[in-house]
Design a protein around this ligand. Structure first.
Ligand code: RIB
Length: 311
């Protein structure tokens, strides 16, 4: 069984389905509200676990009802949360999210306890972390923790998937040398490189500047345009399948969690991407973040309805 570790965030998603964004000073009624488990790290962990990977989570929650629900959710999803610590006196991470009728979303994050995940927490989990085939990172926890985990993983020959979301110009690419897979979306790639990312040629050129700085593989995630895989050997466009989106929240995390599952399970990179774009596409057809992630049976049933085969 594939073994995957996530060193990252968890949030409680407060999702409001809106007809449109209210103007400043306006009060507007929205038709629907839901609370559910989220956070980029936890989402990626749950996607991989739903597909059947063994997943270890290193994270922090606050000593509040959201934190307790997050721990209960990890237990329910079969995610190993022995290294999810509870921080007294701070809130758990929360994310107010607005989803438009088109399925597009806008997200605010309040990191709360996620800001307390420190390098020492990674060291405390090191023995378990280094038993995993892949380590997944995102940027909703302190950057020092990201750099420390990359250094630890690299020193022990473990592959890291770094999802630079939400993007920040403070990210020090010099400390990310040897990251195996770097997965920015279009906006994140533009922000990190200062280059245009509208066309596939522009995306490839921007990604190459990251390869020049030591990152081994860039996987640019392009929503309904699929992904562009860029390695020193060349670039490959992996298209996705067409679906009618209901809620795109967490689709990027569904993509990364499922990519990790298939890759750690023995698929080659292109085959893992083939399945991951489909897993993400399936996720946007359902409401909610983790709630829209299928297990293997649901994913196979979806794949049977679209071109590209069944895993
Ligand atoms: O990527 C989607 C996630 O971003 C949401 O679950 C929200 O919690 C924020 O972390």
């Amino acid at each position: 069984m594939a073994r995957i570790a996530v060193v990252g965030s968890n949030m409680t998603d407060l999702v409001t389905y809106i007809t449109r964004m209210p103007a400043r000073g306006e009060t507007l009624e929205a038709p629907r509200f839901e609370i559910g488990p989220g956070g980029k790290g936890a989402n990626q962990a749950v996607a991989a676990a739903r597909l059947g990977s063994e997943v270890l989570m290193v994270s922090k929650v606050g000593d509040d009802v959201f934190g307790r629900n997050t721990l209960a959710n990890f237990a329910e999803q079969g995610v190993d949360a022995r290294h999810v610590g509870v921080v007294a006196g701070v809130s758990s991470g929360v994310a107010p999210i607005f989803v438009e009728p088109s399925g597009e979303n806008s997200i605010l994050i309040i990191k709360g306890a996620n800001n307390h995940l420190r390098p020492a927490d990674v060291d405390a989990a090191a023995a378990d972390l280094l038993r995993c085939d892949l380590i997944l990172l995102q940027l909703e926890v302190p950057l020092e923790t990201i750099y420390h985990t990359v250094a630890l993983a690299t020193a022990h020959g473990r592959r890291v998937v770094l999802n630079p979301a939400p993007a920040t110009r403070e990210l020090d690419l010099a400390k990310l040398r040897d990251v195996a897979f770097f997965t920015p979306n279009r906006g994140e790639l533009a922000l990190l490189t200062g280059m245009p990312t509208e066309t596939l040629a522009q995306i490839e050129a921007a990604a190459r500047t990251l390869l020049d700085r030591g990152i081994r593989t860039v996987i640019a995630t392009l929503g309904h345009d699929g992904v562009l895989l860029v390695t020193p050997e060349g670039a490959t466009h992996v298209p996705t399948v067409e679906v009618t989106p209901v809620d795109t929240t967490g689709a990027g995390d569904a993509f990364i969690g499922s990519f990790a599952h298939f890759l750690a399970g023995g698929a080659d990179v292109k085959q893992a991407l083939h399945w991951a774009v489909r897993y993400a596409a399936h996720s946007v057809t359902g409401r909610g973040t983790q709630r829209s992630y299928g297990d293997m049976a649901a994913f196979r049933a979806f794949c049977a309805t679209v071109p590209g085969g069944v895993p």
